[in-house]
Write a protein of this length. Structure first.
Length: 71
């Protein structure tokens, strides 16, 4: 297969995506969800996966950093 085009969707014009969509179902409490997304699965943590860090490695780091939280 040959790549014919690449689309960069800066600003979410074509695809509306937010971690809130997934985590709203998993963490119903808005305050707890906001804390989780800012302290645990933060934007900085997520950018590392976008840069190529394996999800397994990223998850192991979070488990080690937050041992009191369920995995």
């Amino acid at each position: 297969m040959t790549v014919r085009a690449v689309v960069f969707d800066f600003g979410g014009v074509l695809f509306d995506w937010s971690p809130e969509y997934l985590y709203a179902e998993l963490i119903p409490d808005p305050q707890e969800r906001a804390r989780f997304l800012s302290e645990v699965c933060s934007p900085a943590w997520n950018i590392r996966q976008d840069a190529g860090r394996p999800l397994r490695e990223a998850t192991e780091l979070l488990v080690a950093e937050h041992p009191a939280r369920p995995a």
